[in-house]
Design a binder for this molecule. Structure first.
Ligand code: NAD
Ligand code: ZN
Ligand code: ZN
Length: 368
């Protein structure tokens, strides 16, 4: 099958033939229909992510159709439409069994983050040598073998090129609001970075009933999209300008919640400074490995909170159906998030578009 393989940092992905084994026990072979390209793919490609381990197949925002199931798979069958969830639970540890899968740091889950099955193996190989799929997904490929626990069945009526966004961007953005921050109706929210993830923080804040949603981005086009999706105010940010002062000109006491959705430690600090006493900052963007955050201790002391947010603390079996329901009811717009659709052969154009930052999401169609 064809897959987009990263061989080296900063080099274009190579679309080439790779081999894929049949699913083992508890695993599922998925024919990928579509995959979004997220900034986290770009962080792997530019070498700032700690999970980069070339050669690897990138992609972690995929949806498709079950082609075959391994022994013991009971919840899915060929023909089912599925979303590949980010960081599926292991299903067996105490935290998973208690329903708190976001606390699961079992070997199964952590191996998966590095693209390996629980026993350290991988089903992918390139010219006879094992290679890994990004976060156990590797959705920029025609097929993927993933653990059953990482898959969520969805309604066939939902187009797969939209459903794939629930693999990462939508689940993370909406989950950051509903699961991590637990935004309260009537509150004030600032969202810094209105890309494929940030736009879903905005949609999540609207769903949560936030009274003011201040969208901040360097790109005018992103702000237009943000207002379309629920932002009540827009702030065109100039790089190097004082972001917290600009937010406080609009909301003088500071906002109740500030979301950083870029992956910049400096912007996390500015977002933190833009919160009111008792306010909460959520770092949704993934900062480079080893980076440090500058936080005023006295400001934190004033009952402020600074929270991390892996995958929007999503519990796939709960959150992905919830997203599909929001979409069905019309409260979550998925169509506007898809800026362009490209065939796999043009995958590098999606990475170029991410670097420029003008588009919300590029989606790669794997079934042409
Ligand atoms: N927490 C998680 O589990 C998780 C999941 C997915 C993505 N992420 C991370 O979230 C971040 C955003 O991902 P994305 O796919 O939405 O990226 P994106 O490139 O689509 O969006 C980033 C946006 O930030 C804007 N921006 C850049 N610099 C800015 C600045 N200084 N001030 C204001 N706006 C600025 C860009 O114009 C763009 O609109 C990335 O770091 C990504 O790795 C984290
Ligand atoms: Zn992602
Ligand atoms: Zn577990």
């Amino acid at each position: 099958m064809r897959a987009a393989v990263m061989h080296e940092s900063h080099q274009p992905l190579v679309v080439e033939e790779v081999d894929l084994d049949q699913p083992h026990a508890g695993e599922v072979l998925v024919r990928i229909a579509a995959s979004g390209v997220c900034a986290s793919d770009l962080h792997v490609l530019d070498g700032t992510s700690t999970i980069a381990k070339p050669p690897m197949v990138l992609g972690h925002e995929g949806a498709g159709v079950v082609e075959a199931v391994g022994e013991g798979v009971e919840g899915l069958q060929p023909g089912d439409h599925v979303v590949i969830a980010l960081y599926g639970p292991c299903g067996g540890c105490g935290d998973c069994r208690a329903g708190d899968v976001t606390r699961c740091w079992s070997e199964t889950r952590t191996q998966g983050m590095y693209g390996r099955m629980p026993d350290g193996s991988t089903r992918l190989s390139l010219r006879g040598k094992p290679i890994t799929p990004m976060v156990g997904s590797g959705s920029l490929a025609e097929y993927a073998v993933v653990r059953e626990a990482q898959l969520v069945k969805i309604d066939r009526e939902i187009p797969l090129h939209l459903a794939c966004l629930a693999g990462c961007g939508v689940t993370t953005g909406v989950g950051a609001v509903l699961n991590v921050a637990q935004v309260v109706a009537g509150s004030t929210v600032a969202v810094v970075g209105c890309g494929g993830v940030g736009l879903n923080v905005i949609q999540g804040a609207r769903i949560a009933g936030a009274a003011r949603i201040l969208a901040c981005d360097t790109q005018r086009g992103k702000l237009d999209l943000a207002s379309n999706l629920g932002a009540t105010d827009c702030l065109e940010v100039e790089v190097g300008a004082d972001l917290s002062a600009a937010i406080k000109r609009i909301e003088p006491k500071g906002v109740d919640y500030a979301f950083e959705v870029i992956g910049s430690p400096e912007v996390v600090s500015a977002a933190f400074e833009a919160t009111r006493i008792g306010g909460t900052t959520i770092m949704v963007g993934s900062p480079p490995g080893g980076s440090q955050l500058k936080i005023d201790g006295r400001a934190l002391f004033s009952d402020r909170r600074l929270l991390g947010c892996t995958g929007g603390q999503n519990i796939p079996a709960r959150d992905i159906p919830r997203i599909m329901e929001f979409y069905r009811q019309g409260s979550l717009n998925l169509e506007k998030l898809v800026s362009q659709r490209l065939p796999l052969a043009r995958v590098n154009e999606a990475f170029e578009a991410l670097k420029v930052g003008k588009l919300a999401r590029s989606v790669i169609d794997l079934i042409e």
